[in-house]
Design a protein around this ligand. Structure first.
Ligand code: MG
Length: 378
């Protein structure tokens, strides 16, 4: 039995998948998507996720999520969901592990600053950068640049994309022009990402003291689960109560997604991935759960992501990224030779600068900033 024989007809399968940009013989003991997952785990951008910010700066505490632990949580949730729906677990795992490879240091602020700096040169977007990492920037293989991943893995990584960029990218972005859906595995990974960050950002927010249980009790969904835990375990203490609540929250979201999507799939009965692409979204939360999840997201945005202490970090980080960009674009000779463009093409040079900065970990960016601007450190 091959590892993919239990999959539903609407799941992506190695045999009928759209393949790689550079042809390679099938591997004797691994499916195409197991192979993609392995390539991602072995690449250097993956290791750097360990030192990149999710919400809290990497050096603020050892207990907080980083981009790496976030990606592992997405993969774990995604695989459970995929197995329940008889979708391709290996593809979900590969996309989950790769989805944040293009993130800049310091989280979303790094992206926003680079996008602003690059506005006359095509902008900067982290999804697109994740694809660029696996298509081009990783350089480990003799026969090609990048990791030469399967079409379906690349499609899953490219979660969003502007129309202008879609026209430039070719087949992998055609769906943004045609307004069709990606595979069910891509749709699922997107929601596994949301389940993961909604729950772990509450956990990290509480641990940091920036948000409190009293505030969270205003969120109906959280309050319901919190009180369930208090009833089941009267007098249960701090961390234990939080963990018990968050495990229920993940379960509630996951169970709802499985039930809702199963019903949609039973109704639509897509017979192939092509039929999936041509229908509406089939992996979804119920309307009630969508409302709950949106309320939770809104709470986190207002109370955690915009907390004044997070703002301080954000403003400081944006200054570091902007000053690095300005210094490198004014004086490309400050760049390591691999990132200096010899062709005299300004667009190419600034793209290489964006690649260099986006590839940095938080601590590397801070160190590089000090090396360039500190007069004490010559
Ligand atoms: Mg993510």
């Amino acid at each position: 039995m091959t590892p993919e024989q239990y999959l539903a007809p609407y799941a992506v399968q190695s045999e009928t998948a759209r393949g790689r940009r550079h042809d390679e013989a099938a591997h004797a003991s691994r499916s195409q998507f197991q192979r993609d997952r392995d390539r991602i785990i072995h690449c250097s951008a993956f290791r750097r996720l360990e030192y990149k910010t999710q919400v809290f700066l990497n050096h603020e505490g050892d207990m907080f999520r980083t981009r790496l632990t976030h990606s592992l949580e997405v993969a774990q949730i995604g695989r459970s969901l995929a197995r329940n729906l008889r979708l391709n677990e290996d593809l979900v795992e590969a996309v989950s592990l790769a989805h944040d490879l293009g993130h800049t240091p310091f989280g979303h602020v790094g992206q926003d600053v680079l996008n602003e700096c690059m506005k006359d040169h095509g902008g900067f977007e982290h999804n697109l950068q994740s694809l660029r990492v696996v298509d081009k920037l990783e350089q480990s293989y003799g026969a090609f640049d990048g990791l030469n991943l399967m079409f379906e893995t690349r499609e899953g990584i490219l979660k969003h994309c502007s129309l202008a960029n879609a026209k430039m990218l070719g087949p992998v972005a055609q769906r943004f022009i045609d307004r069709t859906q990606p595979s069910l595995e891509a749709q699922l990974t997107n929601l596994a990402d949301e389940i993961a960050y909604n729950s772990h950002d509450i956990d990290d927010g509480l641990r940091s003291g920036l948000i409190t249980i009293e505030q969270l009790e205003e969120v109906e969904f959280f309050a319901r689960l919190w009180h369930e835990v208090q009833t089941a375990y009267p007098g249960v203490s701090g961390r234990r109560a939080i963990y018990e609540t968050l495990r229920r929250l993940i379960t509630a979201l996951a169970d709802d997604l499985i039930a809702t999507s199963s019903a949609l799939l039973a109704d639509a009965q897509p017979g192939s991935v092509d039929e999936v692409r041509a229908s509406g979204p089939l992996i979804r939360f119920s309307d009630g759960m969508r409302k709950d999840a949106t309320e939770l997201k809104r709470f986190l945005r207002q109370n955690l992501y915009r907390h004044y202490q997070v703002n301080r970090m954000r403003v400081k980080a944006s200054r570091i990224v902007r000053e690095l960009y300005d210094a490198f674009s004014d004086e490309p000779v400050l760049l390591p030779p691999d990132y200096q463009d010899k062709s005299g093409d300004e667009g190419k040079q600034v793209r290489m600068i964006a690649d260099y900065i986006a590839g940095m970990t938080d601590r590397y960016a801070i160190r590089e900033h000090r090396r360039i601007f500190s007069l004490e450190e010559l």
